[in-house]
Design a protein around this ligand. Structure first.
Ligand code: BGC
Length: 382
């Protein structure tokens, strides 16, 4: 966290908390050994745990169900904490009605047209769960699986290793896929995600994280005043089913141009066919930097009212920016208020949607002997 160790401690002092206890079982670095508590049980009795972590002024709660970020608290410019990630209080809500709040997404982030693709001459049919298409890994994606979680502290970092093995044929995907996701909170309060996966048969993989951000607080209304920049001169236009047409269109002169910072709401009501298809912004930006060995900065989101700022760096070539268009007032979140359209937004770092059906897009194929790797870093300041 850039600012703001001092502000955080000032905030803690104001709240009557001794700075030394900020991190619970404090390390010299301020990191806190992850603490496990029971969150609830699935219908079959499986216990779901909540892991609480804190470091560098960021507080994170993660569920063993879906690797879900149930809460992520950061301070504003005056040191006041709030939860900036939409979510639920109960496991029942996550199981019955979550639009992927905070979840790990796999095996394939976003859509695969008609749930079909061909690899090495063999045709595969995936679970179809979004009209005719397969979305976020199908009906029982990684967001609905129970992950094995191991905590760690390493130097000044604290974090969690999350493991899930997806069996050959699960949701129609070939190969046994062993995934390991590492959530790290650094001493600067950055939340880093490292994804790794291996397979025993050729397959496709595209893992991401589906946090809905609202930097003013998860129950504070819409994100249309948030300022956003995205380092991308092109995006992938979609058809009415939100499947990329294959074109890499220029953002210049369109509502999709976030190269200069503007508010999320500025162009969201422009009568542009693509905005009609998405009921707002729900598109993949083709990041200028492409695939990189190390995470590079690609987007900045800022809430002017609180000063809270999120910077995202990634190794991935794409960013799905979804402006919470399908939130419809039917869900009650952790703050006890109803979530309505635009109350949160997602910035999902990934390969492009439907890549298995677009040979010109960066490949999402993973073969035996290879290791899938992807890293995204979320840095907070105020
Ligand atoms: C997709 C949206 C979808 C949403 C589900 C996003 O990643 O881009 O089209 O409705 O996930 O919550």
């Amino acid at each position: 966290m850039e600012l703001n160790r001092r502000t955080v401690i000032a905030g803690a002092a104001a709240a009557g908390i001794a700075a030394t206890t900020l991190g619970g079982t404090a390390h010299a670095t301020g990191g806190r050994t992850p603490v496990k508590s029971l969150f609830g049980k699935l219908a079959d009795g499986t216990k779901i745990y909540c892991w609480s972590l804190e470091n560098g002024g960021t507080r994170l709660k993660v569920l063993s169900y879906g690797g879900i970020v149930q809460s992520l608290e950061i301070p504003d410019r005056r040191g006041r904490y709030t939860n900036v990630s939409l979510g639920f209080d109960t496991i029942e809500d996550y199981v019955s009605s979550s639009p992927y709040f905070g979840a790990l997404i796999g095996r394939y982030g976003n859509r695969i047209a008609k749930g079909k693709f061909t690899l090495d001459g063999k045709a595969y049919q995936l679970s179809v769960n979004d009209g005719d298409n397969s979305l976020h890994g199908g009906a029982q994606g990684f967001d609905k699986r129970v992950w094995d979680i191991e905590p760690f502290t390493k130097g000044s970092d604290v974090g969690l290793y999350l493991y899930y093995t997806s069996v050959d044929g699960e949701m129609g995907y070939p190969g046994t896929l062993r995934s390991k996701v590492t959530y790290t909170l650094t001493r600067h309060g950055d939340w880093r995600i490292d994804y790794e996966a291996t397979t025993d048969k050729a397959t496709v993989v595209n893992l991401t994280s589906h946090v809905y951000w609202n930097l003013a607080g998860e129950s504070s209304g819409t994100i249309y005043d948030h300022e956003l920049s995205i380092a991308a001169a092109r995006y992938t236009p979609v058809d009415s089913g939100l499947i990329p047409t294959g074109e890499l269109a220029k953002v210049a002169g369109t509502p999709f141009d976030f190269r200069r910072t503007k508010t999320v709401g500025e162009d969201i009501r422009v009568a542009h066919q693509q905005l009609l298809y998405g009921k707002g912004l729900d598109h993949n930006w083709a990041l200028d930097k492409g695939i990189t060995a190390r995470p590079e900065h690609i987007a900045t989101l800022r809430d002017p009212s609180s000063g809270r700022t999120l910077k995202i760096a990634t190794t991935e070539p794409g960013l799905q920016f979804y402006s919470g268009n399908f939130l419809d007032g039917s869900l009650v979140g952790t703050g006890g208020t109803v979530y309505r359209q635009g109350d949160g937004l997602c910035l999902e770092t990934q390969h492009y949607p439907d890549s298995p059906n677009h040979p010109s897009f960066p490949s999402t194929v993973l073969r035996p002997g290879q290791t899938y790797r992807s890293t995204t870093v979320h840095s907070f300041s105020a």
